[in-house]
Design a protein around this ligand. Sequence first.
Ligand SMILES: C[S@@+](CC[C@H](N)C(=O)[O-])C[C@H]1O[C@@H](n2cnc3c(N)ncnc32)[C@H](O)[C@@H]1O
Length: 281
Amino acid sequence: MQKPRNLKEALRGKLSKGELWHLRTSFDSVGNIAVIEVPPELERKEKLIGEALLKINPQFETVCKIFGAHKGEFRIQPIKVIAGKKRKLATYRESGCTFKVDLGKVFFSPRLSHERLRISKQIKKGEVVGAFFAGVGPFPIIFAKNSPLEKAIAIELNPNAFKQLRENIVLNKVQGKVEAVLGDVKKVVPRRFKGAFDRVVMPLPKGGESFLREAIISIKPEGGTIHFYQFVPVEEPYASTIKLIKDEAKKAGRKARIVFKRKVRSYSPATIQIVVDFFVK
Ligand SMILES: C[S@@+](CC[C@H](N)C(=O)[O-])C[C@H]1O[C@@H](n2cnc3c(N)ncnc32)[C@H](O)[C@@H]1O
């Protein structure tokens, strides 16, 4: 018999026609772990689905299912192992870097890989970069390996993510280039990083707007660029975000000029994720 080419083919004969209709065939891969959504109609068949996925994708050791949206200020997504090795520690590679990611304890998404390289290409020699909401370090570590920056300051609130951020800095041998700071951007930035950065990246699309002030005041007096992510309605994606940026800059006694904007990805039928790059003077 021919080897099945995809999940649907692998499960034909094992799931009913109705069940196959409910099956989600797309999944995220985080290194050796696949993360899939299983709709409630297929809950009783989740082990079967996980095992089929492992069979057609032998590069995975574990299949996890998502059982809820990203939660709380640490943005952790509840997941559960449904097949393969019973562990959630992924080893993930991106742009010449390696990351250890404990998927049960920290936020991680491979979906912004394009953004990390896009920004890396803009970083000039000697820049000091503020990597807010750093998680386990994909933005600052990829910047350090793929740009001529002087230093990245990686700020993260979740102690588990901070611990892994420090481990990933060592794993990628960027100790001299990336400094990890445990704490709340709201407190750490005004205290230690006022006027310190040439560039700031803000990958917190839900709620990031309440940290715009901290990003703006952290930019050097001679100016610098902020990369700001947001979830916005499909039908009116940019106007309110741009207004917010201009208002916050004004309140801080600075000026903001929009230099780039684009849709990063679809989030739900009514919502997209965008990035807006702006120069603060
Ligand atoms: C959406 S995740 C992005 C993580 C990482 N940059 C990535 O792309 O994988 C947001 C991260 O910000 C952290 N965070 C949330 N509020 C914070 C705050 N006030 N100060 C510092 N970090 C914060 C969360 O713990 C989480 O790790």
